[in-house]
Design a protein around this ligand. Structure first.
Ligand code: SAH
Length: 343
């Protein structure tokens, strides 16, 4: 049986019309599932009995099980979810002054192999279906009794390595009859799979794009991120220019501050040269230390000098507040611990 959470509203409409039902029934069903949160098709009182029976025998409304949940002092809540095939994934709920956001996982494990990232400790087992990404939102909304208004696809996995499912996921959560998450409230973060950035640009969805840059030159980036050996920084920057020309959406560069690796004043100067002329902004991210690796978070003084240097050179830069630091909220940390039997 298929999961209901994987079907786009337009596809449901076509399916129902082909079965002889009215095209409005698909919006009614979306409303029951995504707004009224009803998990039993039989309770959908304005839907014809035969259609309810059809839905019951063709679609499941089952959600993943919550395997573990950790709440930090700032209320950031990390969920470890168990999928049908027993795969474990993480999703993180965050409360910001602008609203509530969820950090969504796109793959079970990750093959990008970034040297600092806990997700890479376990290779990719499989891609997530669109339905499984949607169910991350549904599970957390149900458990925490909140309405999630912003989505960041920044959990475990590389979204551009699971392109089609992620595109379907975005379509489903953006549906005005369903979760109605605004397209400008959806951010996708990528390590920079260059051909897929072109593909994404051509779709011109209107989502926010964040690039995990983490280095001002190929030499440092090669040491941190294997993807950098496939696509040089100059190719990545070309793709980003194309993306901007097509979409006119400003791109965020994420820059992880790693002590003694990429955080010198010289690195800041080099970064400003690299980004000059692009309509961009840089987000300096504090590194959540991972015990398996030797990387350390940059010292406060280095972050300040780095920040001031970029500012002086006309680069828009912000410092990301650290959230959930006391609960293993860094990518893949909770899952890694669980898989190693440490919790
Ligand atoms: N694969 C995508 C999305 C998942 S990673 C990407 O690379 O962007 C989301 C972000 O978390 C990336 O910027 C990644 O570099 C960063 N990250 C990974 N491990 C981290 C850690 N221990 N502390 C802080 N950020 C981390």
């Amino acid at each position: 049986m298929k999961s209901f959470y994987g079907i786009k509203e337009s596809d449901l409409k076509d399916e129902l019309v082909s079965l002889g039902y009215s095209k409005f029934s698909s919006s009614q069903i979306f409303d029951w599932v995504y707004r009224k949160k009803v998990k039993d098709f039989n309770l959908m009182s304005n839907i014809k009995k035969e259609l309810r029976e059809y839905l019951v025998s063709n679609y499941s409304l089952e959600l993943p099980k919550i395997d573990k949940k950790e709440v930090s002092s700032d209320n950031t809540t990390k969920y470890l979810l168990r999928l049908n095939d027993n795969s474990l994934i993480e999703t993180v709920l965050m409360y910001h002054d602008y609203g509530i956001s969820l950090c969504v996982t796109s793959e079970v494990g990750c093959n990008m192999g970034c040297a600092f990232c806990a997700s890479g400790l376990f290779k990719k087992k499989r891609e997530l279906e669109a339905s499984e990404m949607v169910s991350e939102i549904m599970t957390v909304e149900e458990d925490s009794n909140v309405k999630i208004g912003h989505i960041v696809i920044m959990g475990i996995g590389e979204p551009l390595d699971n392109f089609e499912n992620v595109m379907n996921f975005i379509n489903i959560i953006n549906s005005p009859k369903g979760l109605e998450i605004g397209i400008r409230h959806i951010t996708m973060s990528t390590c920079g799979i260059v051909p897929k950035i072109y593909e994404l640009a051509d779709l011109n969805l209107g989502i926010n794009l964040a690039i995990s840059l983490h280095a001002p030159n190929d030499e440092i980036r090669n040491k941190l991120m294997p993807i950098s050996k496939r696509y040089k920084l100059s190719d990545l920057i070309e793709a980003i220019k194309y993306y901007y020309d097509k979409t006119k959406r400003r791109i965020t560069f994420e820059y992880l501050m790693l002590d003694g690796i990429n955080d010198s004043k010289e690195n800041a100067n080099e970064l400003s040269d690299l980004l000059r002329g692009l309509n961009q902004y840089v987000n300096l991210i504090p590194y959540n230390e991972v015990k398996e690796f030797e990387f350390k978070t940059s010292k406060v003084d280095s972050v300040n000098v780095f920040y001031d240097t970029l500012k002086k050179r006309g680069i828009n830069v912000t410092r990301r507040r650290k959230m959930g630091g006391d609960i293993d909220a860094a990518c893949g940390q909770l899952r890694a611990k669980q898989l190693k039997g440490e919790i």
